[in-house]
Design a protein around this ligand. Structure first.
Ligand code: ZN
Length: 310
């Protein structure tokens, strides 16, 4: 009962530069400032669409500027794509010169226009024009007509694409959608957004290495606990080793390393990002889960306050 993508989590360099790129240049809404629940010395930033909906959530663990740089490659999600409205790409091509993002010439994929960007850390972000882009936020610095909302897709470079496709179809409810060159597209028929996953490795793609500028994991949506636990049972029956369900405050998670080397998560839709701060002021101040609240003073002392562009 999985219903598309929930979030993508990546590793970046220092937090302020990341905020400048994603909330500033790209106009996403910063919906949560918290810490990595497994390592409270690391910040965890969440960006999303205007309503902070699953299917639009891109999260980052900022590492220090001298942290290990990653390499985008096999065993990773190699691109994260946002759906944008038809005509948005020409507006982005006007807006991006001078920004810190590298821009490749637009291409076509499955008949849709694609603009590929590399953020200052090397993370690959794509903008894909579709008729059903949704979730654009009016409160940011980017005009709504070109704004990013929900994801379109992720591209996975698997060490074993057949095995990855098998997991996606059997345990996550995906179906084959089509082939464009060497790119296989799967679709989740239950998803109302963020419904595609592409399996593709670029020419001479090397082994990926986790670090700054790479995706750490990809999370898929479960509408509720029952759906998540049912998918977990399916993964167990396939011989995979999912974690127990873990409480992540904003959702509940199950992690699985799939056979192609990529870390998958299943995350529940609820309770959502308004569980610990008002929906209208999401992301404005540091939120800590109850287990770290006693350490708040020490954690705040280590984290520089973020300057938001709106
Ligand atoms: Zn996650």
């Amino acid at each position: 009962m999985i219903s598309g993508l929930h979030h993508v989590t990546a590793i970046c360099g220092p937090a302020q530069a990341n905020v400048d790129t994603y909330a500033g240049t790209l106009g996403l809404r910063l919906v949560k400032q918290t810490v990595n629940f497994d390592d409270p010395g690391t910040t965890h930033l969440y960006y999303a669409d205007g309503d902070a909906r699953p299917g639009s959530v891109l999260t980052f663990f900022p590492w220090p500027s001298d942290g290990m740089r990653g390499r985008v490659g096999a065993g990773q999600a190699t691109a994260t794509a946002y759906a944008v409205a038809p005509g948005a790409l020409s507006q982005w091509l006007d807006r991006l010169p001078g920004a810190a993002l590298q821009v490749a010439p637009p291409t076509a994929r499955f008949g849709q226009n694609v603009l590929t960007l590399r953020d200052p850390d090397g993370l690959v972000i794509e903008l894909i024009e579709t008729d059903d882009a949704s979730g654009q936020w009016a409160g940011g610095p980017v005009p709504e007509s070109m704004a990013l909302g929900a994801f379109h897709s992720v591209t996975l470079c698997s060490y074993d694409p057949d095995a990855t496709a098998h997991v996606l179809t059997e345990a996550y409810g995906y179906a084959e959608h089509g082939q464009d060159g060497d790119r296989l597209r799967l679709v989740n028929p239950r998803a109302d957004r963020a419904e595609f996953v592409d399996l593709f490795c670029g020419p001479q793609m090397q082994a990926g290495r986790m670090g700054i500028g790479t995706v750490h994991h990809v999370a898929f949506r479960a509408p509720d606990d029952d759906a998540e636990l049912e998918a977990r049972e399916t993964l167990l029956s396939m011989g995979l080793r999912p974690t127990p369900q873990i409480d992540r405050q904003y959702f509940r998670s199950v992690y699985t390393r799939e056979p192609g080397g990529i870390l998958f998560e299943i995350a529940t839709d609820g309770p959502g990002f308004a569980v610990d701060e008002p929906a209208e002021s999401l992301g404005r101040s540091l939120q800590l889960p109850p287990q770290y609240e006693p350490q708040r003073a020490a954690i705040e002392a280590r984290l520089a306050p973020l300057d938001l562009p709106y």
